[in-house]
Ligand binder design. Sequence first.
Ligand code: 3PG
Length: 213
Amino acid sequence: MFEEMNEKLGKFGVVPVVVLNDAKDAEPLAKALCDGGLACAEVTFRTAAAEESIRIMSENHPEMLVGAGTVLTKEQVDRAVNAGAKFIVSPGFDPEIVDYCIEKNVPVYPGTITPSEVAQGVKRGLKVLKFFPAEQAGGLARIKAMCAAYVGLKFMPTGGISAGNLKDYLECKSIAACGGSWMVKANMIEAGEFDKISQLCREALEIVHSVRG
Ligand code: 3PG
């Protein structure tokens, strides 16, 4: 389950991190992402609309890979999974949440930034960890330094990644996929700029393909 999800996310190469304030935007957003060739989203539990948005996206677009982000409690894990989330992302390393997901066989990507946090993930057999907040914490240089100690481990960095630095991250073999909100900004959703979202997804995928073929 975990390996399969790591592979799927790796194939996408980029994961749009989305904040939906209103579940009515979930369907047009899902369509925009799919139209842009990026049938994948991390819907963050930062808003009350997250659970319903995950449900709408997963039910209407079974071809989509929908996960839940900013998951801070076990209760949110349950709500996300029941709504259709296929993976869980947390900003930090909360052993309780990680162990709960492992117990339930739900792929989980806890946030790490230090070797001590990475060690906690490695100990539990995780092969891909989130690295957050990526740019603010030292970016690629920090990831490379940590991977020298943890051979074979991969990261999913988020925080400060955009079309401008995506290529640099993807060129590093220790990167599974990059997450970020640059393709789906709240103001684009508010303005109904779904074509723009599709376009930004296409551009991101072009970068992925230029690096990974
Ligand atoms: C996350 O939750 O992973 C980050 O908030 C995404 O960071 P970004 O908005 O800088 O892309």
